[in-house]
Design a binder for this molecule. Structure first.
Ligand code: HC1
Ligand code: SF4
Length: 572
């Protein structure tokens, strides 16, 4: 152990511990900006470029995130020299930063803004030259404004080391340095999966989601449109954070009330379509098992994962389920079934989705997800964007009464909720597949070994006389490991769930910012399992409204009409 003092307090830590981590042991907070450490997903961004964490030692100022402790060290975190250095660092960053905080998408969530505030920066001290980069608005999901980049490299570490997509990297030198795509291509021309994890870790407004709230307001104000909204599983356990609630507080009823107040005519649940997805995916899985072909089946709910697969494993597209995602199944059923139930034309319905994800914005624009006249889903907004709309409308979210979802597309089972946690789709699919394959009642429906945020979770389950090898993966870097095995023929899985975001949809790129605190992600997941546990119906094929949809409209799961409305195809 190494013994040192920080602000006069003694502490003993392992060799090679940084001053920053030693200070954490003493509950001494040293501000950081570029540094981002998330043990749970093995992310450690320690480029030490920003120098916000300067602390004083007898030998001078050192960056706490990049300096290891030494025996007998005496560290002071708040000397005038250290505070002054931090303030100067922020002032220098601001000298080449657009000072448009009031109108910046990140206003209120910007870590640079918070640090400037905490350090008492009250003017622009250095008025030097400014870069003037173009803003990349090429995609439906992400806006990249390099003028707001502080070169912390968090996005690069996330994209390259964790997601293993490798779209973003540092180029040029000196004042021209930027984190960019290959040849500075527009992001929609690259292999970007639109997972949004770079947005989730960007401390400033350099990477943000495309804000679609204006489009939603426009639709709500059209007199000839019936505007229908669906809410994804992971939204209900995270939106409350935007209003000061703890992560994992369940606000489903308040969300429905808020959406009604915003003017949505029908407030429905993506979970309803998640149950449909299981009926279709379980049927497809059983079909493939019986034929012994196209195994392992790969789940298809996550658009960033599908995008990644198309770019990186085009020869394996026969394995991915042909099921549309619940988001798009919902849109298709709303326009092709619900519209006729309420006597209006599909084109007169606008379907809005509230998702924890920014890839969902890209997904809805895929040309095959709809028909010549209309798309399944018209506008997708994130959890964060919904919170903005609620605030814009002056709705007192915390004091809203709970309201139930509308029917018939508001009923769902416990299994649908856990779609939002990694492993949940697999667990839900196994609940139905088991009963359909064995014709027996599944007593213990909790597949606990597939829960938790480990990146790769594998387990075996006996279904009748068959042993099913199952795997749930989260994070594209982990997906790469598993898919390389599948490609080389070394894998013996029958079914694999993949979610692109480390932690699953609860950690999606459109969720309230977690600022590196993965306890928030765990709390959100736990809340989804809590909803499942306390649901009256927990098996997707027991959803009365879904079964009614099949008897009234779709016919058999995986039948002709189901294929027409609920299945899709992919591009290599
Ligand atoms: Fe997800 Fe899904 S679970 S992809 O993670 O299959 O986004 O929440 O809506 O579509 O249901 C996201 C979440 C979501 C879909 C469902
Ligand atoms: Fe990389 Fe995902 Fe960001 Fe695209 S969205 S640049 S794949 S981290």
């Amino acid at each position: 152990l190494v013994n040192l003092t920080i602000n006069g307090k003694a502490v003993s830590v392992e060799n090679e511990t940084t001053i920053l981590d030693a200070a954490k042991k003493l509950n001494i907070k040293i501000p950081t900006l570029c540094h981002l450490h998330m043990d749970e997903i093995n992310m450690n961004n320690k480029c030490a470029s920003c120098r916000i964490c300067m602390v004083d030692t007898k030998k001078g100022l050192v960056p706490a995130c990049a300096t290891n402790v030494r025996e007998g060290m005496e560290v002071q975190t708040n000397t005038p020299r250290a505070l002054n250095a931090r303030k100067t660092v922020v002032e220098l960053l601001l000298s080449d930063h657009p000072q448009d905080c009031l109108v910046c998408e990140k206003n209120g969530n910007c870590e640079l803004q918070t640090i400037a505030q905490d350090l008492g920066v009250r003017g622009i001290t250095y008025k030097g030259e400014k870069n003037n980069f173009g803003i990349d608005k090429s995609s439906n999901s992400i806006i990249k404004d390099h003028n707001k980049c502080i070169l912390c490299r968090r996005c690069e570490t996330m994209c390259t080391e964790i997601q293993k997509v490798g779209v973003l990297s540092g180029v040029n030198r000196g004042f021209e340095t930027m984190v960019s795509t290959f040849f500075n291509e527009d992001i929609d021309k690259t292999n970007c999966s639109f997972c949004g994890q770079c947005v989730a870790v960007c401390p400033t407004g350099a990477l943000t989601e495309v804000n679609n709230t204006g489009l939603v307001w426009d639709e709500l104000n059209k007199v000839d449109k019936t505007v229908v909204v669906q809410v994804a599983p992971a939204v209900r356990v995270a939106l409350g954070e935007e209003f000061g609630l703890n992560p994992g507080e369940i606000t489903t009823g308040k969300i429905v009330s808020a959406l009604k107040l915003l003017g949505f005519k029908y407030v429905f649940d993506t979970n309803f379509a998640a149950d449909i997805t299981i009926l279709e995916e379980a049927s497809e899985f059983i079909h493939r098992l019986k034929e012994g072909k196209n195994l392992p089946i790969l789940t298809s709910c996550c658009p960033a994962w599908v995008n990644y697969l198309e770019h990186h494993y085009p020869t394996l597209l026969n394995l991915v389920s042909s099921c549309k995602s619940p988001q798009n199944m919902f849109g298709s059923i709303a326009k092709n079934y619900f519209s006729s139930k309420i006597g209006i034309k599909p084109k007169d319905i606008t379907v809005v989705s509230v998702m924890p994800c920014i890839a969902k914005k890209y997904e809805i624009s895929r040309e095959e997800l709809g028909n010549n006249d209309f798309f399944d889903v018209d506008v997708s907004i994130t959890t964060r964007e919904l919170s903005k709309m609620i605030k814009q409308a002056g709705i007192d979210f915390l004091n809203l009464d709970d309201e139930p979802f509308d029917n018939p597309m508001g009923e769902s089972t416990g299994a649908a909720n856990i779609f939002g946690a990694t492993g949940g789709v697999l667990e839900a699919a196994l609940r139905t597949s088991y009963e359909w394959l064995t014709n027996e009642n599944l007593e213990n429906i909790d597949f606990k070994s597939v829960r938790g945020i480990d990146g790769i979770k594998e387990f075996k389950v006996n279904i009748g006389s068959t042993i099913i090898n199952a795997c749930a993966v989260n994070g594209l870097g982990n997906a790469k490991k598993v898919m390389d095995e599948v490609k080389s023929g070394k894998s013996n899985y029958h079914i694999i769930e993949v979610m692109a975001c480390p932690g699953g949809c609860v950690a999606g790129g459109g969720q309230p910012y977690h600022y590196g605190d993965y306890d928030k992600i765990k709390a959100r997941s736990n809340a989804l399992y809590h909803i499942d546990k306390h649901s009256e119906v927990r098996k997707p094929h027991k959803n009365p409204s879904v079964n009614n949809l099949y008897s009234e409209f779709l016919g058999e799961p995986y039948g002709d009409l189901a294929h027409r409305y609920l299945h899709t195809y992919y591009f290599d």
